[in-house]
Design a binder for this molecule. Structure first.
Ligand code: ZN
Length: 272
């Protein structure tokens, strides 16, 4: 997509979309349709915050705490809050987000490893061990979430949202063949088929194929806001122009940490 067309579509989304609230991770996302994909965790979300707050104020309060503790890098608090939430409800999406919190914690710990320390670098070894423990706990939760989604499907729940959650979990645990099979099944229902196939191609590093789908989604009416992030990402991966410019246009729309992370990768790549 040309930069000018990207800008035009993004501007129109920014001015006409409403804000929806993720009932699994607490992120707010712009959406031009009833349902969309959370710009943080990628779950399918549909509620506005005030609607959810009137139905379940305790949940909204916990999710607000989760967002602010995540921003502060306080993952002990985040994990405690998720442990409370998943005690009350074993929804597959909540289990998936609980797993994601472990991944983020692990990433934070591993990023703190310093190779310039003298001696036996015991603190590094501790950070590495703990980081790997967090990752294996994340995988356990993704597998559990996948199991719950599949069991629901086997007992007759044919929800496309659940099948999509199953795909997210399978991608996280690296079961790409199974993920592809579920993607193919979604094709007949159409809902989430393109978007989940794009995520599958991205996870498989098949960036050209992912880019074709991303462009198609972006050109449809009221595309999900995340597609603009993926177009910038895929322009970077397929060596097309302007990924940094596209990212800078997403300020205030996509989580700044996510944007910074990709901007750093693009900058480091252009220096090499
Ligand atoms: Zn979310």
């Amino acid at each position: 997509m040309e930069l000018r067309e990207y800008q035009r579509r993004l501007d129109s989304a920014k001015s006409s979309y409403k804000t929806i609230f993720c009932e699994f991770c607490g992120e707010e996302t712009l959406s031009g349709t009833e349902k969309s994909y959370c710009s943080n965790c990628e779950s399918v979300v549909a509620s506005e915050k005030h609607e959810l707050a009137s139905k379940n104020p305790m949940l909204v309060e916990s999710l607000d705490k989760i967002r602010s503790a995540t921003a502060a890098g306080d993952f002990d608090t985040v994990l405690n809050l998720y442990a409370e939430l998943t005690k009350a409800s074993q929804s597959p999406q909540l289990l998936y987000c609980h797993g994601l919190a472990y991944v983020e914690y692990s990433n934070l710990l591993i990023s703190k490893i310093r190779y310039d320390l003298n001696g036996f670098m015991e603190s590094n070894a501790r950070a590495r061990d703990y980081g790997f423990k967090m990752l294996s706990e994340a995988k356990r939760l993704f597998a559990k979430s996948a199991y719950h989604s599949e069991s629901a499907a086997l007992s007759g729940n044919k929800s496309a949202d659940l099948a999509y959650n199953l795909i997210l979990c399978l991608l996280r645990i690296g079961e790409l063949r199974r993920a592809k099979r579920v993607c193919d099944e979604l094709e007949s229902a159409n809902e989430h088929a393109d978007y989940s196939k794009m995520l599958l191609y991205i996870t498989s590093a098949e960036y050209q194929s992912a880019a074709v789908i991303a462009e198609r989604i972006a050109k449809a009416e009221n595309p999900p806001i995340n597609i603009f992030y993926y177009i910038a990402f895929l322009n970077f991966k397929t060596r097309k122009p302007n990924p940094l410019k596209m990212l800078s246009m997403l300020k205030g729309v996509i989580d700044p940490a996510k944007l910074n992370h990709l901007a750093e990768a693009i900058t480091a790549d252009s220096i090499v």
